[in-house]
Design a protein around this ligand. Structure first.
Ligand SMILES: [Zn+2]
Length: 333
């Protein structure tokens, strides 16, 4: 309360015959501090400014013309100035990015989309913005947002699985985000689901991500149609129009997803799995095949775990990054 984060509501007074301190409900002074959350994708920054309750006050999208680290850091600084310029009570920036991220040191060990290796992103962004910076894996940050405000409210153990450019998973077990002994946990995208499947960039074979991510589906759809210019929307259109070979590409991806999700529920036993990401645009083409293999492979009662399909805009991912920075403010003091 001394720091100004909390204040007493007026309905004070002593309760009954009990002596002691007056009882006054406390409330969070939401404007005491603002937080910036930024999600970095391959092509753009999505940034939000939140208050102390992590309510979004404003949002920005900034296209990225390059994956070059200094240019991306400069863009982060630009969007921070744009959102928080003139607000003196903004001290914390949360950045979320895909891949292998060491939150403790703020190091991005590997991001396959930006082709970054061992980038000290927290240090670079702190120098560029003057703020205290927390860097977290983007799906973990989204899981924090879901835990606080979304499908995770009231659940002690749940998972968020994202399907898009990659396939990621954030795990909350007994109320805590699981990052694992090496900062890498829940990498559902690299569970091998087909021994004879395609090679993955991670050097594995038959990984879920190598079969069911957007780039993998586009690659397979191009191969079966011979159309090298085909994109995901075109592939979805062909499948909806009944193209048998393209429909089979989505079926194979759906079966792979079902196997990966079954491995997740068998291992962790979550109360629910939230499935989200850009890949949901094609969910109707996956769904029956996901259910087919999920039901076949989920063990016993683990198979009761509901798969909650939930579109979440990138602003919600950025809000997760802001929530992670908010968390670090209160755990580091
Ligand atoms: Zn892999």
């Amino acid at each position: 309360m001394e720091a100004g984060y909390l204040y007493e509501l007026p309905s004070g007074g002593r309760t009954g015959a009990r002596l002691g301190r007056p009882v006054a409900p406390l409330a969070v002074r939401a404007d005491r501090e603002h937080f910036v959350g930024v999600k970095i994708t391959e092509t753009e920054l999505i940034a939000v400014l939140t208050d102390l309750r992590a309510e979004v006050r404003s949002a920005r999208h900034l296209p990225l013309a390059t994956k070059d680290v200094p240019a991306v850091v400069e863009a982060v600084a630009q969007v921070v100035t744009d959102l928080a310029g003139g607000r003196e009570r903004t001290h914390c920036l949360g950045i979320s990015v895909a891949g292998d991220v060491d939150k403790a040191s703020g190091l991005v060990r590997y991001n396959p989309f930006l082709e970054w290796r061992d980038v000290p992103l927290a240090d670079l962004a702190a120098s560029a913005t003057g703020l205290t910076v927390t860097v977290e894996n983007d799906v973990n940050a989204l899981a924090v947002a879901e835990q606080w405000f979304g499908e995770g409210v009231g659940a002690t153990t749940f998972a968020v699985v994202t399907v898009g450019a990659g396939i990621g998973c954030g795990l909350v077990v007994n109320g805590a985000l699981v990052t694992g002994g090496y900062g890498v946990a829940g990498e559902i995208g690299h569970i091998p689901v087909s021994a004879s499947g395609p090679a993955c960039y991670c050097s594995g074979r038959g990984c879920l991500e190598a079969i069911a991510s957007e780039p993998a589906i586009v690659r397979q759809a191009r191969a079966v149609t011979g159309d090298a210019g085909l994109g995901l929307p075109g592939a979805v259109d062909l499948a909806h129009a009944g193209h048998p070979a393209v429909r089979e590409v989505f079926a194979i991806a759906g079966r792979a997803m079902g196997r990966g999700l079954a491995a997740l529920v068998n291992l962790v036993g979550p109360e629910k799995v939230v499935v989200t990401g850009e890949g949901l645009a094609a969910y109707d083409l996956f769904e029956e095949y996901i259910r087919e293999t999920f039901n076949a492979q989920a063990y016993g009662a683990a198979g009761k775990c509901p798969l909650v399909i939930r579109p979440l805009p990138f602003e919600e991912w950025a809000r997760g990054a802001a929530a992670v920075s908010l968390q670090s403010l209160f755990t580091s003091r």
